[in-house]
Design a protein around this ligand. Structure first.
Ligand code: BG6
Length: 533
């Protein structure tokens, strides 16, 4: 792996020089890997404290703490940066530092460097307490004031709520009561919340009421980590920085679009979160509808948050459900099966799942977009756990050529042209088209042209959370969905969930397969098939 940073000590020193004067800082860090033609300055966070609620959770250990270290290692954090953990543990600072250290060592993307860790370690603090304990939040407020004095963090705090949604109200209420939600002049306060943003339109609305009672909309950062992925942001570059695709990106040329998020893992230890939520609420409401919006939206007038969100909202407003949900949706639940050579249990046998749970672990839906560009073009979305392999992709499948001046035999196995955005794990883009098979006949067959990130760029892509945490600290909101997008997405999903609630048990599918037969039947009725992955 190439080292994405210049010498971190140097970069931190440069950041230090300007950190004292500005909250959004752009500094020139010496980085030998930068293209010399690139005159842009790296985006660096200004002085601040990140307060993490839910430090012992899986997300903190696997993603958030490693991402903070990776940002430090890339020279993108200011020297006074401080990290405060808050949890119901009888811990001292060193216990939280140890947890962070272990998480970084196991999960960080960039190499472990003692000097970077030492600098980060100096800013690590822990405040023990229950969310309902006023005294604990008073202690938090006091600790933050001391950190400001000692480390020059200037009263700039980001509160990251990596806790189950049922705790949002009490934490937000405490931040309000202690005055921590309110930014004194010249400083900022931000709150970061993780999906799920409610479990339907009504609860999403209520959650928003609670959050906006303490923080202004501009200080609320809703994380949908898919938007932090390089390959997802590249959808906008692909469409709007090129002239090649946009002229054919419409109903005159596109036959249909398939958006797939397949996972090979089961629910692991997440029964408490997942059961009753299911695949559609877990990822269609957010990740997959955001992908749909980016693929289908018009070009925004700029990439600032307002312009971008406006275009995404317009698409979400135009999404229509098919009239017959029984024929145009599918849901399934994984049964026992084989995966990676191992026998794995079914969903109903997982720890913490009741044997009659009706939660779906696979969901597929067909949507249409009622506007001039997309009328009549189906968008098929599917996601599932314990499928054949882990792959997320967007496939834009084009109509067949209007006429084939070849013999029928020569084009018998020719498929449709497709442009596939490979979101993960093999990040890149594939274009599939027909080509002559070498030989004396005019036989035509599908071939692919590939772009792979790993081959075209020196630097490995940052993790989604590196990008998003940095954006929070800088105060840059385009990659965070607005409440309106959240509510529009629930408006799309709620009728499907209501329909499914009347349909009894989801259809079982063997672990390691590609989902329930009803999902294939849904495509077959339209004369189509799911892409084989
Ligand atoms: C989360 C879902 O949002 O995304 C999980 O809650 C899912 O169920 C995860 O496993 C997948 O993320 P990624 O980045 O690995 O595709």
């Amino acid at each position: 792996m190439s080292d994405p940073a210049g010498p971190p000590a140097e970069a931190l020193a440069v950041a230090a020089a300007v950190a004292a004067t500005s909250t959004t800082i752009e500094v020139a860090a010496a980085n030998p890997l930068r293209d010399p033609r690139d005159k842009r300055l790296p985006r660096v966070a200004g002085p601040c404290v990140m307060v993490l609620f839910g430090v012992t959770g899986d997300l903190a250990k696997r993603k958030l703490l490693p991402a903070i270290y990776d940002l430090g290692n890339r020279g993108l954090l200011p020297p006074g940066f401080s990290l405060v953990g808050f949890a119901r543990r009888d811990w001292q600072d060193q216990d939280f530092a140890q947890l962070t250290h272990d998480a970084v060592k196991t999960h960080a993307r960039t190499p472990f460097r003692e000097e970077v860790w030492r600098q980060l370690r100096e800013g690590i603090h822990f405040v023990p307490g229950e969310f309902s304990d006023d005294g604990a939040f008073d202690a938090l407020a006091m600790a933050l004031r001391e950190i400001d004095d000692l480390r020059g963090t200037g009263g700039n705090y980001a509160f990251y709520l990596s806790v189950p949604p049922k705790f949002f109200p009490v934490v937000v209420e405490q931040l309000k009561r202690t005055g921590l939600a309110e930014a004194p002049d010249g400083s900022w306060r931000r709150v970061v919340i993780e999906k799920p943003f409610g479990h339907d339109l009504k609860s999403a609305h209520e959650l928003n009421e609670i959050t906006t009672s303490a923080f202004p909309e501009s200080s609320i950062f809703r994380i949908d980590h898919y938007l932090g992925k390089e390959t997802v942001q590249n959808i906008m570059a692909l469409r709007f920085a090129n002239n090649l695709y946009e002229p054919i990106w419409n109903r005159s040329f596109v036959d249909h679009v398939q958006i797939t998020m397949a996972e090979d893992i089961g629910i692991g230890g997440r029964a408490g979160y997942y059961d009753g939520i299911g695949a559609a609420r877990d990822v269609i409401q957010n990740h997959l509808l955001q992908l749909l919006a980016l693929v289908a939206m018009e070009d925004p007038t700029s990439f600032d948050a307002k312009a971008l969100r406006r275009e995404k909202e317009k698409v979400l407003m135009a999404v229509r459900l098919p009239s017959d949900l029984a024929l145009n949706t599918a849901r399934g639940q994984y049964a026992a099966g084989w995966q990676g050579g191992e026998k794995v249990p079914g969903y109903l046998q997982e720890d913490g799942i009741s044997p009659d749970s009706m939660t779906e672990t696979y969901a597929a839906v067909k949507l249409e977009i009622a506007n001039r560009r997309w009328a009549g073009v189906p968008f098929y979305l599917r996601t599932g756990k314990r499928l054949g392999r882990r792959v997320t992709e967007v496939a834009v499948v084009f109509q067949r050529a209007p006429h084939l001046p070849f013999s029928k035999d020569d084009t018998e196995i020719l498929g449709q042209n497709a442009l596939v955005i490979r979101v993960q794990p093999d990040e890149g883009i594939t274009v599939r088209f027909g080509s002559k098979v070498p030989g004396t006949a005019m036989e035509v067959r599908d071939v692919s042209m590939d772009f792979a990130y790993g081959e075209s760029f020196l630097e490995s892509s940052p993790e989604a959370y590196e990008r998003l945490l940095l954006d929070v600290m800088i105060g840059d909101p385009p990659l965070f969905p607005h409440q309106r997008e959240v509510e529009l997405s629930w408006q799309i999903l709620d009728p499907i969930e209501e329909f499914w609630a009347t349909q009894g048990q989801p259809e079982p599918y063997p672990s390691g397969s590609w989902g329930p037969p009803s999902a294939d039947a849904m495509m077959a009725r339209d004369g189509r098939t799911w892409r084989r992955l």
